[in-house]
Design a protein around this ligand. Sequence first.
Ligand code: HEM
Length: 172
Amino acid sequence: MTHTCPFHQSAELNAALEPLAWLLGIWESDQPGDGSFSTIPPFHYNETLHFSHVGQPVINFMFNAFNAENKKPMHRECGFIRIQPGTNRVAFIIAQNSGLVEVEEGLLTGQQLTLQTHALARTSFAKEPHVEQVSRVIQLRPDGKLEQTVSMALEGGPLTQHLHITYCRRST
Ligand code: HEM
């Protein structure tokens, strides 16, 4: 399977990525996603996801969120996805615009990824409160939509839902 990445390269899909091929392409929120947390007022946002590859056994990704009302850029994350060959163990290596870097690890079950923070670091001057744990589920639903749910725990606090959003595929 060939795939065009944002840098206009075209490469054969690495066999290691076949179990994750359903992610590849560009996804856009079909309706505003719901943001919430115990410490903040609820909010709505739109988000575009890009997943691409350059023939390596690695997916490159960019997630860009926007304010649903005034369209201003908000949260952004980018990074790489790796799968341990011959297993269903998956790792997301993530840099976030808030100053957080994270390795999330988990399992691929069918077309569902269930991930949790494995390692986390932040800039010395990152804004408080500091997040300590992230848990994320990304799944391709039978209706062809992609769904993402993110929960997080602040230092010493419970794991609580922060985000829920669904996306339609914009291009492969
Ligand atoms: C894994 C990804 C994310 C993490 C770890 C994260 C973490 C956080 C944290 C720690 C807070 C502060 C809570 C508080 O003040 O008590 C926060 C607030 C917030 N987050 Fe996220 N967030 C993530 C993704 C997103 C996304 C995709 C959006 C979409 C727009 C978003 C929008 C907001 C907003 C609007 C607030 C409240 C106002 C603010 O502090 O900017 N976050 N988030």
